[in-house]
Design a protein around this ligand. Sequence first.
Ligand SMILES: C[S@@+](CC[C@H](N)C(=O)[O-])C[C@H]1O[C@@H](n2cnc3c(N)ncnc32)[C@H](O)[C@@H]1O
Length: 355
Amino acid sequence: MMLGKEAPETRLQRSKRVMNISQEKIRPIQPAEIFNGYVAANVAHALQKIGFFSLLASHDRMTRAEIATHLGCDLARLSALLGVSETLGYLTFDTEERVSLTTSGEMLRDQIGYFTWCIGGYGDFLRHLGDLASDPQLSWQPLRDEGMVALGADQCHRSWMEDILFQVMDELSFSRIADLGCGNAGRLIALATRYSHITGVGIDISSHAIQLAEENVRQHYLENRLQMIHTNVLDTLLSDAHQATLADVEVVSSFMMLHDLYSLPEIWKVLFDRLRSAFPRAKYFLFADTVRTPSLNSLAHLPIFSLGYELLHAYMGVRLPTREVYDEAFTKSGLTIEKCLAFGAPATYLYLLRV
Ligand SMILES: C[S@@+](CC[C@H](N)C(=O)[O-])C[C@H]1O[C@@H](n2cnc3c(N)ncnc32)[C@H](O)[C@@H]1O
């Protein structure tokens, strides 16, 4: 008999205890859910790609045939897509066979940027996770569609980040902005449209993103106020190639790109000093990024986005900072954190820093 001590745990008790603990954490996603989720994610992306969500936003209720005509789609294939979307609960048909979005369909439409990012931007990459793991020589770069990554980021911005951004920018006085890693220039266009006195410059390393940005700027008739530069941001920091263009910039922004520079330790050490020299008149840095969630493994419910974001960046060899890392880096380099706001997406923050 053991006095004052608990009896040793049997193997059965231990395994029950461990099972209970792991059940408190994320429940395993059942194979059927994974399978259907994968199909549903592709269907969501397809609906966006053919322009279905935009069409339904401007027309009330339409039949399959009307939709097929408007979007230039094959009626049989479109009907299959709409049928699956109905099964998934995103669409409903009325007695006259006219389609409309359900509340879940509207939620999906609002979050479509995640699917543009995941399926459109990283779909090939995700399909090659096994090959990439077995063959370290295999490059992930041709497997990523940078235009779709940029479009996904822009859609997320328009859905729920823009209001938060305007809330911050409405209080600032500035006349010129530079956006580093500008993607399709969606943020610059939103700012230039709201603040009619400002000019801006967008910089991006991806030729595809810059092509989309230039087209986007043209479509908004902003060519005389927004200029795009196709280059590595580091070239603007380490050389004076674009000195004249950047001289009068008062706000330096970067949305969803800073982690790429954090991953280059030599650059990261001097980044903010270099930014100050490259942008001598900068009053504010405005940075937004998704950070690593240290507790992801123990969350009861996985949020959208984080798992894919962290997995893909691990594959790309990009170290992701936590929020604490950002706070410390900004403060240590003499920047004042005027604001740090939750920016809509999971683990994503908008920092307004006074230079
Ligand atoms: C996730 S996207 C975000 C796009 C845009 N800022 C937005 O939020 O909608 C990141 C962008 O940063 C760009 N980028 C990454 N590293 C860069 C670098 N060193 N110089 C310039 N652009 C870079 C990518 O090409 C991509 O367009």
